[in-house]
Design a binder for this molecule. Structure first.
Ligand code: COI
Length: 356
């Protein structure tokens, strides 16, 4: 697929301080845009990053028919951009699209759009360890109509942001006991805008109580752990790793899947099953709760240092963690080309695509 490119007149790259990258505030020079109408995707193009003009009746603004992905590009020592598990992101965005009645994006278009965009803006890949070029593909409804039905037109966009770590320090979690993120039959597994909008109020309440994030619990008994604001969650108890099983309400994290495979490869037993707060509290009381960490594209592997289940507060010391740091460094070394890619997760960006 050929993608037309309109280059920016004056790059903003020289003004970027790679040692000070607040997450998600700085965008690189170009973006990919592709419209869907008359039942088909139209030709995609790369243009300088610019604003959209939105009609007041735009369907997304009213009913939230919008989905997204989060990916990262890094570079090896020779400066070749590397992408991580691209195929999984294609699969997941299309699963989200199905759930939200949106058209699928053909894998070859998604892939060449990302490769071309990343190659064009590869100067924006931060050289600093732990930083990356965050890639945000997303799709939103563009019908100008305020009746409730799926849109007939959409915009698919990809833009990129050089980012540092999402969480600069260990996070504290407050287990939900009033608000819920997702329930059976809902949209918890879809990466759709509304899931994040609905999390804001409980997250603000948790912050007011002194916690960084909400740990979502099951919506019936508030007994079983689901996930954390922007991450899947893992507990190391008595040498084994425990994480809630994917049950339709939990985001199918690609980093989640990756750390499971890395741990299994290292001989660590991983239990994917419903995980109750009682199990975690019991392990804590017995001195067997060794590590708690979250995983996500933005968060990579982020350590948890405190969890409150109502009045019961568990303090855990990330300084003593071993498995979390091993996983974090494994993923970072994969991303810099310093770790053998035995799972075949890394894709080098084909630099020949940039003829146009
Ligand atoms: C990601 O980890 O890429 C996410 O999509 C989380 C985001 C809401 C920051």
């Amino acid at each position: 697929m050929s993608i037309s490119i309109k280059h920016i007149d004056q790059s903003r790259l020289a003004g970027v301080d790679f040692n000070n990258l607040p997450f998600g505030k700085i965008c690189s020079d170009h973006m990919f845009v592709m419209d869907y109408k008359d039942g088909a995707w139209q030709e995609g193009k790369i243009v300088p990053l610019s604003n959209f003009s939105i009609h007041p009746a735009n369907l997304t603004l009213h009913y939230g028919q919008s989905i997204f992905e989060g990916m990262k590009a890094s570079a090896d020592k020779g400066g070749t951009p590397l992408l991580f598990r691209l195929d999984q992101h294609v699969e997941r965005i299309n699963a989200s699209a199905d759930r939200m009645c949106m058209p699928n994006i053909p894998g070859d278009i998604f892939t060449s759009a990302i490769e071309t965009l990343v190659d064009l803006d590869k100067g924006w890949i931060p050289p600093t360890a732990g930083s990356a070029l965050y890639i945000r593909p997303y799709m939103f409804a563009t019908d100008e109509f305020i009746g409730v039905r799926p849109s007939e037109t959409y915009k698919f966009v990809i833009f990129t942001c050089p980012v540092g770590p999402y969480y600069a320090k260990p996070v504290s979690l407050l287990a939900a006991d009033e608000f819920v993120r997702a329930c059976d039959g809902g949209v918890g597994e879809a990466k759709t805008a509304g899931n994040y909008a609905a999390s804001l109020y409980p997250a603000r309440a948790a912050k007011e109580k002194g916690y960084d994030q909400v740990m979502w619990m099951d919506p019936v008994e508030f007994k079983y752990i689901q996930e954390v604001g922007t991450m899947n969650i893992f507990f190391i108890m008595d040498g084994k790793a425990y994480t809630p099983n994917l049950n339709g309400s939990i985001l199918k994290g690609i980093t989640r899947d990756s750390v499971i495979k890395i741990m299994q490869d290292r001989g660590i037993e991983v239990v994917e099953a419903p995980l109750s707060k009682d199990q975690v509290i019991e392990a804590y009381e017995a001195g067997m709760l060794q590590e708690v960490f979250g995983t996500g594209t933005a968060a990579v592997v982020s350590y948890v240092n405190k969890i409150a289940f109502g009045e019961k507060v568990l303090d855990i010391d990330p300084e003593a963690y071993e498995i979390g740091p091993y996983l974090k460094s494994y993923i970072e070394r994969l991303r810099s080309g310093d770790q053998e890619d035995k799972f075949g997760w890394i894709q080098k960006v084909n630099q020949l695509q940039l003829a146009g």
